[in-house]
Design a protein around this ligand. Structure first.
Ligand SMILES: Nc1ncnc2c1ncn2[C@@H]1O[C@@H]2COP(=O)(O)O[C@H]2[C@H]1O
Length: 273
């Protein structure tokens, strides 16, 4: 062990930059000290939990090396850091298992929902999102939302189609992959720093009726709202998914309103008012 210690603390010249002044005299244990701070510093800059925990394992382990290879090992920080390494190793293993071995808990239906709408979100967060909602089979004629009324649920249409009415007139048809009831939620949570006033619940902008038997995944509106406010990752994942859907709805509504406009101009002006 003495030989290892001597090897680690021996001062040697290491090239850091090219050129004559690019060499510094240092020991391997000091290098471990610098690596430790660099990794921990980098971990403060990432928001990805798995990367953060992995960087913490690397940074704290390097700190243990630095603290051990000294004239007298610093046992107090070594013991604490070893404990933190163990905790972070546990979390790396758990996060890795949840992220990359989803097959053991994800059904085919859940997986395709994830792939279609939420693949930019960590599987862990998606799992939380799933726990707060439920799968439902819906009969033809079911009213998902009622224009001017508060929504009870937010749905994602997995199978089937629905008709969207504004002022009693059809403005669009939606099918598999569309969200229903997301607009009022988006409007009420817009801008996390917005005034309380703008966060108040908003009424449904349209009436949406099932045009056939549908399969949906539904969240309770209030529960989803609360979840979004508590969890930043879920908030940004859900907002991104809603955003893509809204762009598609805008395009189809435009096409539809152009067609209807050619035949009934008054009807379109009413719907867009
Ligand atoms: N033009 C449209 N095209 C497709 N869906 C719409 C359109 N307008 C409203 N919706 C849907 O109808 C829902 C009514 O409640 P929300 O306003 O919460 O969210 C709305 C959207 O999900």
């Amino acid at each position: 062990m003495r030989r290892v210690n001597a090897f680690m603390v021996r001062e040697r010249e290491i090239r850091v930059f090219p050129g004559a002044r690019g060499r510094v005299a240092t020991s391997l244990s000091s290098v471990a000290g610098h690596v430790s701070f660099l990794l921990l510093g980098y971990s403060y800059m990432t928001s990805d939990l798995l990367t953060l925990r992995a960087l913490a394992v690397g940074g704290l382990s390097a700190a243990v090396v630095f603290q051990y290879f000294r004239d007298v090992p610093l046992w107090l920080p070594i013991r604490w850091n070893a404990l933190f390494v163990a905790i972070n190793v546990f979390w790396v293993a758990k996060l890795y298992y949840d992220e990359y071995n989803a097959e053991h808990w994800c059904t085919t239906e859940e997986r395709s929902l994830y792939d279609r709408h939420f693949s930019h979100m960590a599987l862990n967060s998606f799992r939380t999102l799933l726990k707060h909602g439920k799968w439902r089979d819906i009969e033809r004629g079911f009213e998902f939302t009622k224009e001017g009324k508060m929504n009870e649920n937010v749905h994602v249409l997995i199978d089937g189609s629905a008709e969207v009415y504004v002022g009693g007139k059809s403005v669009n048809s939606i099918d598999a992959g569309s969200f229903i009831g997301e607009m009022s939620l988006m409007r009420s949570i817009a801008g996390s720093n917005a005034k309380k006033q703008s966060k108040r619940p908003r009424a449904a902008s349209a009436t949406v009726v099932a045009a056939e038997r549908c399969r949906v995944f539904s969240w309770d509106d209030g529960e989803l709202r609360q979840l979004i406010q508590q969890n930043e990752q879920i908030k940004s994942g859900v907002q991104a998914a809603f955003g893509v859907g809204l762009a598609e709805k805008l395009l189809t509504t435009r096409v539809m309103s152009t067609k209807v406009f050619a035949q009934e101009p008054q009807r379109v002006s009413h719907a867009l008012a």
